[in-house]
Design a protein around this ligand. Structure first.
Ligand code: CO
Length: 216
């Protein structure tokens, strides 16, 4: 691709932005004014960075409705300062009512984690998915079809990441003090645009004793 074509593509986004802002203002003259000074989203979305899974588009939500964190394979890693900062702000300051961890079928990150090739720095990230496999090895090893196995690991990974949220002092403290937020695990299907709800952990659920904090 030549440089001039790249600049053209990039400028196209700015043109489309102007058109979008104009269209929204025409339909709702006070739309941007309402959003200027306050954001009060009900939802925190932890999703995959995959370009085919835009949270607001697939849920029919508008700017201001979802607080969003995305990373490769929608992981909740308890040493990830970025994720923890987003979670703390969403839970303690924005008081979101629901945290949604949403994966997607055909996730390249999860697929790479099932392989044995090194992939640079990303190994260190994907190793968390390998852990999810190990924790559910019996169920996964029983599946012989490669695609079905990948789909199952993607679902299992959602369960694991939802569980990882319950391990954080942020969620435990909020459950104790506010009985909020509820946790939801979903998997989006790029092939038909539909979300498959996998599991829920209501606020205030029992915390696994080994992870439970009693002094927060
Ligand atoms: Co993905």
């Amino acid at each position: 691709m030549s440089l001039s074509t790249e600049i053209k593509d990039y400028e196209q986004l700015l043109r489309q932005n102007k058109e979008w802002a104009q269209r929204v203002t025409e339909q709702d003259p006070h739309f941007f004014e309402r959003l200027t000074n306050v954001q009060k989203p009900k939802y925190l979305w932890i999703g995959c960075s995959d370009s085919r899974v835009p949270p607001d588009r697939i849920t029919g939500t508008q700017p201001g409705e979802i607080f969003i964190h995305r990373n490769i394979a929608n992981m909740v890693v308890d040493t990830d300062l970025n994720l923890l900062s987003v979670l703390e702000y969403a839970v303690n300051v924005l008081s979101v009512e629901h945290v949604i961890v949403c994966g997607h079928y055909g996730c390249g990150g999860v697929k790479a984690a099932m392989e044995n090739k090194t992939a640079g720095l990303i190994n260190k990230w994907l190793i968390n998915i390998k852990d999810a496999y190990r924790h559910n090895r019996e169920e996964l090893d029983a599946i012989t079809d490669a695609k079905k196995k990948l789909d199952k690991l993607i679902e299992v990974n959602i369960r694991e990441q939802l569980f990882n949220l319950t391990k954080t002092s942020i969620i435990q403290k909020s459950w104790r003090e506010k009985k909020s937020p509820h946790l939801h695990g979903w998997v989006y299907d790029v092939a038909d645009g539909l979300i498959n709800p996998i599991c829920d952990i209501p606020a205030g659920s029992e915390i696994d004793p080994i992870y439970r904090y009693v002094d927060i």
